[in-house]
Design a protein around this ligand. Structure first.
Ligand SMILES: C[S@@+](CC[C@H](N)C(=O)[O-])C[C@H]1O[C@@H](n2cnc3c(N)ncnc32)[C@H](O)[C@@H]1O
Length: 214
């Protein structure tokens, strides 16, 4: 979904950083071989993630929702040389695919994949983080926030994807079987009201929230 007119969107992309070659390959192969390729962050949002990571210059990064590893590699671009990026996904069919690209990258010794339910894995990670990217099942976004907030260093950043959910967060008449929309509405309210973070919502792609721990 475009939140700004498509020609302006195209202009924005044309005047932003190009997509690195390895990420172009990953993007293409995901669209050729993997189900639901639209889940991948893509060129423009990927450059936004890379830029934010470079500004934060995190030591440790946590990503919830690896998929094919596109956003992982974007976030890794800003990581410190002695840093670690821990990325979690429940779908084991994607692991070899993403690992192939991690191995081709400059960060192959710094990226650690975890397979399983993020809510079970996060409590077992004996680390603190400077940057967290929440991009898995929408129903659990609030649970992910609660699971990571005490592992986030002061000044640390949480990025949350899809927070506008194609605009459906405005809809109070969502269908009973739609569990994602009410979960995202509750999550957006949680971030706005939680006194441990300050939050801004950016209308980038499907909505990207930046929250900073106070
Ligand atoms: C939107 S995709 C992530 C896209 C990726 N961050 C990117 O930008 O390229 C969401 C991923 O979350 C994973 N996922 C869903 N529920 C999960 C859970 N409970 N624990 C861990 N991963 C989960 C899915 O398997 C899927 O690969």
């Amino acid at each position: 979904m475009h939140f700004i007119p498509e020609d302006i969107d195209n202009y924005v992309v044309a005047h932003s950083e190009n997509e690195p070659e390895l990420l172009q390959q990953l993007n293409r192969e995901t669209y050729q071989k993997i189900l639901q390729p639209r889940m991948l962050s893509g060129h423009y949002q990927g450059r936004v993630l890379s830029m934010i990571s470079k500004l934060v210059n995190p030591k440790n990064i946590l990503e919830i929702g690896t998929y094919t590893g596109y956003s992982t590699l974007c976030l890794a671009e800003g990581m410190q040389v002695n840093g670690e990026l821990h990325t979690i996904d429940i779908n084991e069919e994607l692991q070899d695919f993403s690992q192939k690209y991690f191995d081709k990258s400059d960060y192959k010794n710094q990226i650690f994949q975890h397979l399983g339910d993020a809510l079970e894995i996060i409590p077992k990670l004996d680390k603190t983080f400077d940057l967290v990217f929440i991009d898995a099942d929408k129903e659990n976004y609030s649970n992910y926030f609660n699971a990571i907030i005490d592992k986030l260093n002061t000044g640390g950043i949480i990025l949350s994807d899809n927070v506008l959910w194609s605009g459906k967060v405005l809809d109070t008449t969502f269908k009973k079987e739609d569990t994602s929309t009410p979960a995202l509405i509750a999550f957006n309210a949680l971030l706005k009201n939680d006194k441990r973070v300050e939050t801004v919502v950016l209308p980038i792609r499907d909505g990207l929230t930046i929250s900073r721990k106070l």
